[in-house]
Design a protein around this ligand. Structure first.
Ligand code: PMP
Length: 368
C-alpha cells in the first residue's frame, strides 16, 4: 500500500490519544493466568452493589420487546426525569451514557475555529470530544488538584463556546462549592455554554451539593449532565442525560442518533430513578468505604486527594510499578498518568471486603 490510510483523517483526529479504560477482569485473567473469581476490579468507578431488585425486574420485563427498536424519544424516562426535576421534557437530552451527551455538546457547539476551556486533571472525555471536532483546547492549571474556576472564567476568549466543569472531578474527586459555581456562572458570558458534569452527584454530601437545576432559568447557557452509571449501578446499560435550555437541547437532539439509548437501558433507568432506597444504600456504602480507604492509606503513610466521588486518588510514588504489582495480586485499579498525575493510582470504592483486599495488596505491593 502506498498511502498511510490513517493520513486520510483530519490531523485533529489523528493526534487524539485514545481513552484508556479500566482493564476488564477477563483480560487480566488471560494475561496473568489468574482465575476470574480471584480478581477484583476497582478501576472504573462502578457501583459495587450491582443493581436493585426493582431495576432488575424492569430489565427482565423489557427483554420481551428486545427485537423492536427502542422509543427514540425516550418518553417514559423523560417523563420520570421531568417529574423529578420539574423541567419540561424539551429541556432533557438522553444519551448512551452521559459520555454520549458530552459528545453531543461537542458535536452541536464545537468545530474548527472554536475553543473549549478545561481544567488540568479534568475528565479525559472533554479533551477527546473537543479535539475530535477540530476545536482548540484551552487548558487551565488546577488549584490544589481542583478546577480553578476564576482562572477558567478568565481563560474564556472570543472563540470559546464551551467550558467543561466536572463536579466532582474524575480522577481527583475535587468539588467546587455551590457559591463558587454560582459566582462562576455569573462571570462566564451567556454565549458560552457551561457544561456542569455531575456524574458523581449522588455521592456528594447533602450539605455540599449544589442544586444547579434551579440555576437553569437564570443561566440558559448552563448544561447539567448526569448518569445512571454510578450510584444507580447501570454502567453496562449506558444511560445518561443532560438538562439544558430547550434551544440547547434542541440542537443536541439534532445531532443525536435516533435510537441512541437502548430499550433495556431506558426501562432500567426509569425504574432505577424511583429506587431511592438503592441510591441511599450506595451512598452509605461509599461513605464508609471512603473512610476505610482513607484510614488505610494513612496507616501506610500515603497521601491522597480528598474525594467527593466513589473513588480515591492515592499518592503511591512509582505508580506504574505498584499498578503492575497490584494486578499480579488480582487487584485492578487505574493509573492516572494520562491525567497529569504520574505518581497517583485511582481506586474505586468497593465493598468493605474488596477495600480490605485492596489495602492488603497495596501494603504488600509497596514492600515488594
Ligand atoms: N463524567 C465523568 C466525570 C466520569 O467520570 C464519567 C465516567 N467515567 C462520565 C462522565 C461518563 O460516564 P457514563 O458515560 O457512564 O455516564
Amino acid at each position: 500500500m502506498l498511502i498511510d490510510l490513517c493520513e486520510l483523517s483530519p490531523s485533529y483526529v489523528r493526534t487524539i490519544a485514545p481513552y484508556q479504560p479500566g482493564k476488564p477482569i477477563s483480560e487480566v485473567a488471560r494475561e496473568l493466568g489468574l482465575k476470574e473469581e480471584h480478581i477484583i476490579k476497582l478501576a472504573s468507578n462502578e457501583n459495587p452493589l450491582g443493581i436493585g431488585p426493582r431495576t432488575r425486574a424492569a430489565i427482565d420485563a423489557a427483554l420481551g420487546e428486545i427485537s423492536r427498536y427502542p422509543d427514540g424519544s425516550g418518553f417514559e424516562l423523560k417523563q420520570a426525569l421531568s417529574g423529578r426535576y420539574g423541567v419540561d421534557q424539551a429541556s432533557i437530552v438522553l444519551g448512551n451514557g452521559s459520555n454520549d451527551v458530552l459528545e453531543l455538546v461537542a458535536a452541536a457547539f464545537l468545530g474548527p475555529g472554536r475553543a473549549a476551556v478545561i481544567s488540568q486533571h479534568a475528565f479525559a472525555v472533554y479533551p477527546l470530544a473537543t479535539q475530535a471536532r477540530g476545536a482548540r483546547l484551552i487548558m487551565v492549571p488546577a488549584k490544589s488538584y481542583g478546577h480553578d474556576l476564576e482562572a477558567m472564567a478568565r481563560a474564556v476568549d472570543d472563540e470559546t463556546y464551551v467550558v467543561w466543569v466536572a463536579n466532582p472531578n474524575n480522577p481527583t474527586g475535587t468539588l467546587a462549592r455551590p457559591d463558587e459555581l454560582e459566582a462562576f456562572l455569573r462571570k462566564v458570558p451567556e454565549r458560552v455554554l457551561v457544561v456542569l458534569d455531575e456524574a458523581y452527584n449522588e455521592y456528594i454530601h447533602a450539605d455540599l451539593r449544589a442544586d444547579p437545576v434551579k440555576w437553569l432559568k437564570r443561566h440558559p447557557n448552563l448544561v447539567v449532565t448526569r448518569t445512571f452509571s454510578k450510584a444507580y449501578g447501570l454502567a453496562g446499560l449506558r444511560v445518561g442525560y443532560a438538562l439544558a435550555h430547550p434551544s440547547v437541547a434542541d440542537v443536541m437532539n439534532r445531532v443525536r442518533q435516533p435510537f441512541n439509548v437502548n430499550s433495556l437501558g431506558l426501562a432500567a433507568a426509569t425504574a432505577a430513578l424511583d429506587d431511592m432506597e438503592f441510591v441511599a444504600r450506595s451512598y452509605a456504602v461509599n461513605l464508609s468505604g471512603m473512610r476505610q480507604l482513607e484510614e488505610g492509606a494513612r496507616a501506610l503513610g500515603l497521601a491522597y486527594i480528598p474525594s467527593h466521588g466513589n473513588f480515591l486518588a492515592i499518592h503511591v510514588g512509582k505508580a506504574p510499578e505498584i499498578f503492575k504489582r497490584l494486578l499480579r495480586r488480582g487487584v485492578i485499579v487505574r493509573p492516572v498518568s494520562g491525567y497529569g498525575l504520574p505518581e497517583h493510582l485511582r481506586v474505586t470504592i468497593g465493598t468493605a471486603e474488596e477495600n480490605d483486599r485492596f489495602l492488603a495488596a497495596l501494603a504488600a505491593s509497596i514492600k515488594d
